[in-house]
Design a protein around this ligand. Structure first.
Ligand SMILES: Cc1cc2nc3c(=O)[nH]c(=O)nc-3n(C[C@H](O)[C@H](O)[C@H](O)COP(=O)(O)O)c2cc1C
Length: 206
């Protein structure tokens, strides 16, 4: 059973989301782990060449020229890497009420028609059945209660992306209030750590 850890934690040792991911990693250290650091291996964004190559290949079933294939090479690599994992864990901070652009670019890279989802006769379905996903996010503010819950587009979007790809078990841990006072921060970090331990018990030690 392989676990892919996808991280975007540019504050490194000061990062709460990195701390939580490290706890997850430590809990499963005896299993097969692969790491994708989006700060180092930055995903491509669709540009004029790559989006047209993608549509020709994945929607119109056309053969691509070598230079067109090259424009999709990194997206294809990241897609194959995600498909090779049984469990995918993504960790990142909330940026401007959503996921950082690199994380969105990773989702755009792996959500390729015919690879991780499909549409046949107008019906959409995911192709990643049987896989599990965990999203770990830390935020400065609070988003579990009204009215701020409507401003939250990081966890809600990440969950939808995995569900759209057909992942069978999609869970999320939001360590909120990281810009609040130390007591709240410590309590919320502890709560997230406890949630991580419950999930690793559930997924790895049944
Ligand atoms: C560029 C930037 C944008 C941010 N936007 C938000 C935001 O929209 N909402 C929020 O609650 N916190 C926001 N924050 C605060 C971070 O989400 C928060 O400090 C988080 O705990 C940082 O995670 P890290 O410690 O893993 O880097 C932002 C921080 C930065 C640097």
């Amino acid at each position: 059973m392989k676990t892919l850890l996808v991280k975007y934690t540019p504050r490194e040792e000061r990062s709460s989301s990195k701390k939580l991911l490290d706890i997850f990693r430590n809990e499963i250290k005896n299993s097969e782990i692969e790491i994708l650091d989006l700060c180092v291996d930055v995903p491509d964004m669709f540009n004029v060449e790559s989006i047209n190559a993608y549509i020709r290949r994945n929607y119109l079933q056309e053969e691509l020229l070598l230079e067109q294939k090259v424009t999709l090479a990194k997206m294809d690599r990241m897609t194959q890497q995600m498909k090779s994992a049984d469990i995918v864990v993504v960790a990142f901070p909330m940026h401007n009420f959503s996921m950082p652009a690199s994380v969105k670019a990773w989702f755009d890279s792996v959500m390729l028609k015919g690879q991780t989802w499909n549409n046949v006769g107008g019906k959409y379905f995911g192709l990643m059945e049987g896989k599990k996903a965990l999203i770990i996010i830390s935020s400065g503010g609070f988003y579990t209660k009204e009215p701020m819950m409507y401003w939250e587009h990081a966890m809600s979007l990440a969950k939808i992306e995995f569900q759209f790809m057909g992942f069978s078990d999609v869970r999320g841990i939001l360590a909120e209030g990281m810009n609040a006072d130390d007591e709240i921060k410590t309590t919320n970090m502890q709560k997230s750590m406890d949630e991580i331990k419950i999930i690793t018990q559930d997924w790895f030690r049944k």
